[in-house]
Ligand binder design. Structure first.
Ligand code: ZN
Ligand code: ZN
Ligand code: ZN
Ligand code: ZN
Ligand code: ZN
Length: 538
């Protein structure tokens, strides 16, 4: 059996057992949203894209800490299902589950359970846990108990719950001390940006005159970026079939009746009024879409709803994907949602003011969290997200979160200062160059010989400000550098994490590959690159 939509391959008889989340429902299955850590695009031969399942023949992105590989124009559809390598103060879990990633196994890989071959170099097949490395068929992995014990390297792996890092807006690359200007293995100078152009390579423009090709935009965001996907439909296709095909191009699994296509016009973005008028005008047109003068470009729009069911995830539950469903109508505000959800979660006795509703966008490159205003109308919010992008709606979750006064503490290492100064002199330099606010920043360690200090910062925005500023600051002709130091705690007794130091300049430039392998084998927080945030000389 070979699926044309997904490039998915399986034995006919195994098919009924296969439970692979395809890209349309993957976002709903993520336990803890964790963004991936993409470097610049490179050439990865014999690897397959997690989103569209096709081989990577052009420059593509890979995650530096997990096995995710994606095409440049598939990256938006990957969801934030990377390994959780540290506690981030949000939605943390204390048990470990296998972290399954599909495909890109060696062709000699054998399934742990049925002992038959499960790897392939022809298609994306087989599953592998990114912590313990066990291998299984897509049909076999569902029967594996979910808990992961980290496999043979368990005594060498730094357990994720022993590392605390409030990464918030620091880049993922930075948190794992991965240099951002990696040399790519690219030898051609392709345009790999992918942001200015739609994808044309997946779908051949049909020369068959019974078919036509349409440009489909996903909401206002796509129009602004001029990112579209092409679909090819029979000229006699019904309107519903076109909507269906458009949704499929964006990996959206919803009922096509909830969507419609709007003619692409330049005024689309001008104002809501214009959009409403266009909608009205378009309705009368829909019947005749496929007569002469067919507009080539269309935008997917969600039809307005008077009520719908939303899922609310309780952030304090450690069991993963548990949520409650709630029907909301046009009068529902964030406040009423919180009020109705608490009894469903057995917390009706508690004060509403102790809770907030957080919108989480689970993008592949970044997980964004936004606290919603209590008076905000929830249906309006949903409408706005869908207007921006239907895909974004598919990747958005609402969490109910307890307000807590967690103590913010960011440890920031600042190097490149002149050596052999007194703590007061360092503080004065930092005050002068970085205008540090001494009420929230203090110098906790001084490394005189190396000209470096560690700052303890009790305010996120101040930490982010200093971090950004340090990169552009020069003291005595030497540029400063900054590293966020994760906190470590309570490492179990039977565990002695291996620390790996790699000098990327030695060993015939194999350094990058070596770093990549170690990061995937262990916890990336254990792996240090000597030229970038590694230990100080001496
Ligand atoms: Zn699908
Ligand atoms: Zn792809
Ligand atoms: Zn990843
Ligand atoms: Zn595992
Ligand atoms: Zn098997």
């Amino acid at each position: 059996f070979v699926s044309t939509v997904c490039n998915f391959m399986s034995h006919e008889k195994c098919l009924k057992n296969v439970k692979i989340p395809c890209s349309c429902i993957a976002p709903s299955l993520v336990r803890v949203p964790v963004a991936h850590c993409f470097g610049p695009p490179g050439h990865y031969k014999k690897k397959f894209c997690t989103v569209c399942r096709k081989s990577l023949d052009s420059p593509a992105f890979r995650c530096e800490v997990c096995e995710l590989h994606v095409h440049t124009d598939c990256i938006l559809f990957a969801c934030s299902d990377c390994r959780q390598c540290h506690q981030d103060g949000h939605l943390d879990h204390d048990t470990y589950h296998h972290h399954w990633r599909e495909g890109n196994l060696s062709s000699s890989a054998r399934c742990e359970f049925c002992k038959k071959t499960c790897g392939s170099s022809e298609v994306l097949s087989g599953m592998r846990c990114e912590w313990c490395g066990i291998l299984a068929h897509a049909a076999c992995y569902v029967i594996v108990p979910p808990e992961c014990t980290f496999g043979r390297l368990r005594n060498m792996i730094l357990p994720p719950n022993c590392v605390q890092l409030f990464s918030r807006n620091f880049s993922k690359l930075h948190c794992f001390r991965i240099s951002e200007n990696l040399q790519t293995e690219s030898d051609e100078d392709d345009d790999v940006d992918g942001s200015t152009q739609g994808s044309t390579k997946d779908i051949q423009i049909s020369t068959d005159s019974s078919k036509q090709t349409l440009k489909i935009f996903d909401g206002n965001d796509a129009v602004k970026r001029n990112q579209f996907r092409l679909i090819s439909v029979p000229r006699i296709a019904k309107n519903e079939e076109v909507v269906e095909a458009a949704l499929r191009a964006y990996y959206i699994n919803d009922d096509q009746q909830e969507y419609e296509l709007q003619t692409f016009t330049q005024q689309v973005l001008l104002s809501d009024d214009v959009i409403n008028r266009n909608d009205a005008a378009e309705d009368s047109n829909l019947g005749s879409v496929f007569r002469e003068s067919v507009p080539e470009a269309w935008i997917i729009r969600a039809k307005p709803k008077d009520e719908e069911v939303i899922r609310i995830y309780p952030a304090w539950l450690k069991v993963g994907m548990a949520y409650v469903s709630l029907r909301v109508n046009k009068d529902s505000t964030v406040q009423t949602v919180i009020k109705e959800v608490l009894p469903l979660l057995g917390r009706q006795k508690e004060c509403l003011q102790n809770f907030k509703l957080v919108e989480v966008l689970m993008g592949s490159k970044q997980v964004q969290r936004m606290v919603l205003d209590n008076q905000e109308l929830i249906l309006n919010r949903l409408k706005d997200i869908r207007k921006t992008s239907i895909r974004q709606m598919n990747q958005t979750r609402f969490y109910i979160v307890e307000n807590s006064k967690t103590i913010v503490q960011v440890n920031l290492f600042v190097g490149g200062l002149p050596p052999q100064l007194s703590p007061e002199e360092y503080t004065n330099i930092l005050k002068e160059e970085l205008a540090i606010k001494t009420n929230v920043v203090s110098v906790s360690h001084v490394y005189q010989a190396q000209g470096a200090v560690v700052l303890q910062i009790s305010c996120f925005s101040e930490a982010e400000r200093i971090y950004m500023l340090v990169k552009d600051t020069v003291v005595n002709d030497k540029p400063l550098n900054a590293v966020v130091i994760p906190g470590a705690s309570k490492i179990p007794q039977n565990c002695c994490p291996l620390l790996v130091f790699v000098n990327p300049k030695s060993g015939g430039l194999k350094g990058r590959d070596l770093l990549y392998s170690f990061r995937k084998l262990l916890n990336p927080h254990q792996v240090f690159e000597l030229t970038n945030g590694g230990p100080l000389p001496g």
